[in-house]
Ligand binder design. Sequence first.
Ligand code: C2E
Ligand code: CA
Ligand code: CA
Length: 763
Amino acid sequence: MLETPSQSLTSFGGEFRAPEREAAFQAERLPETLRHLRLLLLLSAILNTLFFISDWRFYGTPHFYIAIAARMIVVLIALLCLWTISRATGFCQAQKSMVTWEWINGAAVALLVSSHSDLALFIVLLLPSIYYLAVPTEFRWSMISGAACSVMMLAGYMYPEILGSTTIGLVLAVVTLNFALLLVVARSNRLQRTEWASTQAERRAKEELVESRAMFETMFKTVPIPLVVVRMDGAIVDTNDAATRYFGASWETLGIQSINEIYVTPTDREAFLAALRKDGHADDFETIVRLADGSVRTVLLAGTTLEIGGIPHIMSAVVDITERKAAEERSWRAASHDTLTDLPNRALFQSRLEQALVQAERNGTSISLILIDLDNFKSVNDTLGHDAGDALLRKAAERLRAIVRDCDTVARLGGDEFVLIVGEPLLLDDAEALAERILASLKQPISYKDDILSAQASIGIASYPDHDSRPAELMKDADLALYAAKAQGRNRAVVYSPDMRLHIEHKASVARSINEALRRGQIVPFYQPKIDLATERVIGFEALARWHHPEQGLLTPAAFASAFEDPELSIAIGGSMIRQVAADVRSWLDQGIDCGRIAVNLSTAQFNWIGLAKRFLDVLHAAGVPNERLEVEITETVFLGRSASHVAAALKQFHDSGIRIALDDFGTGYASLIHLKQFPVDDIKIDRSFVKDLETDPDNAAIVLAVIELGMSLGMDVIAEGVETAEQVRFLRAKGCNQVQGNFYAIPMAACDVPQFLSQKTA
Ligand code: C2E
Ligand code: CA
Ligand code: CA
C-alpha cells in the first residue's frame, strides 16, 4: 500500500520518518538554507554592531563593561559562524555551526539582558522566537536550542533576584511562547515536506513519462519488424527503420503520402480496415504489397487501432511470407504433380475430378473423362531403354497439354496412363472428336537420339451426366471403355456404353484372377501323350494349361478361354507355360527319361509378342533343352489376323531352329489349303469333333480320311486328337494316320506323373 505524505512524517516534529528522505529534503534545500543562514548571521553581526550605540546608555555603570564584552562576543560569533557557514558543504555542517552560534549567542545575550531594561524583556521573548522561526535546524535542535535559549534568557534577565514577584508569570509566558513556537515549527515543517513530497512525486511521474516515451520511441524505431503508423485515411504518420529497410526507401524519398499506394489490390485495404473496425485489431491479414524496387511480396499484416492526440490511428506490423508461400507452393507441387512430366498426379486429378463433378452438377453442365493409355510404351522401354521411355512420356504430356484448353485438366495417372477432364462446351461427340485429335497428335513421330519414336494410344471416354455421376464410377466407365479399345485392337478411342460393363467387368475380373494365379504359380502344364500308331510308342506330349484354383480345384482352359485371346494375358500365360515346360523337359532329361517332343499351344494373340520365337528359343537355351524337343501348335486363325506377317516370320524362325509346327484343330477354321504350302507346317492335327463319331458318322469318316490323305500327299504327319475308343484307333491305323492322342491312351497328367507313365509304356 502506498504511504500518504502525512503518514511518512513524524507526528510531532513534522519531519520525514525516513532519515535518508529527510536528508534528501535538506540536501535539496541546502543552497537556500545556506543563503538564509548567511543573511541571518550577517544581520546579527550588523545589528549587534549597531547595538553598541544603544549600549552606550550604560556608560558609567558596571553593566556597561558586561554589555560591551557580551556584544563583542555576539558580533564575533556571528562573524565566525558566517565564515564556517560559507565553507559548509552539507546540512549537518551548517547545523553544527548554527547550534554553536545559537548557544554562544544565547549565553552572551543572557548577559546583555541582565540590564533588566524593557528592551531586555523584549529580547528575552524575541531571541527564542528567532531560534525557532528563523534558524533552520532539525526539529529536535530547534526544540533544544529554543528551550535552552529561553532558560538562558530567563536566567540572565532575572538574575540575581531569581524568585521575584513576576518570576512565575514570566516563566509561564516563556513556556507558552516555546510551545506555541514549537507548534508553528512543526506545522511549517509539515507543510514544507508535504509540498516537497508532492512536487517530488510529480517530477518523478513526469520523468517516468518521458522515459517510457523514449523507450517506446526506441523500441518502435529499432524493433526488427517493419512498423507503420497511419491515419484512418491512409496518410503515413511514422515508420520505423525496419520498415524503411523492408520497403527499400523511406516514404519521403519515395514521395508516398498514403499507405494505399503500396497495396497491389486496393480493395484489400478496405477489407483490412473492416477487420480492424470489427475487433479493434486485425491479425494475419494476408495481402500483396509493392516495394520501392517494384517487386511484389506477399505479407501478413497485424494491425491495432490507437489514439494519438485524440485522433484514431492504425499501427501495423508487416511480416513477409513470400518465401514461406513459395516453399508451401513447392511442396504442394511436389505432392500433387508428377516429376517427370510436371502434370498433376493421381491425387490432384482425383480432387479436380470431384470438384469438376460438383460444379457440373451445380451448373447443369457436362464433363468428359478421356483416359489415355500408350500402346507401345512398354516395348519402347524394353528395347530403347528408360530414357527413351521418359522422353516419350514427356513428349506425350506436352502434346496433350497443347491440345486441351487451360481450363481443362491433363494428369498423369502413372506409367503410360494419362487422363483428361474436359468441361463445357464440350459434349460427348466433341469428346470423341478430341480423342481422335489426340490419337493423331500422339502418332506424330518423335525423334529421340538416333531413333524415331511414335506413340499410339488406346482411349476410353466416359462422360457426366450421360454415364455416371460419382467420380469413382465415372473413372471405372472410362477404364472399361479403355479396356474395350485395347480389346478391339488398340490405337482407337471407344466411348463407354453401359452394356460394356458386364462383359468387360467379367473379362477384367478373369484378367485380375489370372494375373494373381500366375503370380502364385497356380497355372501349370499338364501333359497328354501322343502315340505313334505304327509302334504304339509315346512320341511326345502336348502341354495343356491347367489352373489349380484355390476354391474350384483343377480348371481346364474352358474356364479361362478369354485369357488366351487377351493380348497381355495370353503372353503372360504363354511365357509361364514355356518356362515350366522347358524346366520339366530338362528335369526329365536329367533323369534319363526320354519324353519325346513336347508340343505347346500358341494363340493368335500370343503372336503380338514381339520376338516371340526368339523368346521361346532363349527360354529353351537357358534351360539347356534342345530345340528338337519342342513343337508348337497353332490354329488356322493365326493366318487370318492382322498380325499375319509377324506369324510368317515367327513360324520361319521356329522352323529354322528345328522346332516343329503343327496345325491344330484342322478343318474347323477358315484356312485355305494355300496356307499349308505357304507356311512351314510339319504336322496336321485332325480336330476331335471329326474323330468323335468316326465309327458312326460317315461324313466325319470321310473328312478324316481326306485329311489323312492330304497330309500324306504333302509329306506331313497327321495326328488325330480326341481318340477315345479302340474302334477309332483301329479305323485310323487302317487309314494310314500316323499318330493319335486322346483319353483312350491317357488324359492330360501332371508333370510328376509323366516319368511313371513312360516307364509303364516302355515296360
Ligand atoms: P487343343 O489344343 O485342341 O487341346 C486338346 C484338347 O482336347 C484339350 O483340352 C484336351 O484335354 C482335350 N482332349 C484330349 N483328348 C481328349 C479326349 O479323348 N476326349 C475329349 N473330350 N477331349 C480330349 P483342354 O486341355 O481343355 O484345352 C482346350 C484348349 O485350350 C486347347 O485345345 C487349346 O486350344 C487351349 N489351350 C490349352 N493349353 C493352352 C496353352 O498353354 N496355350 C494356348 N494358347 N492355348 C492352350
Ligand atoms: Ca493343341
Ligand atoms: Ca486341337
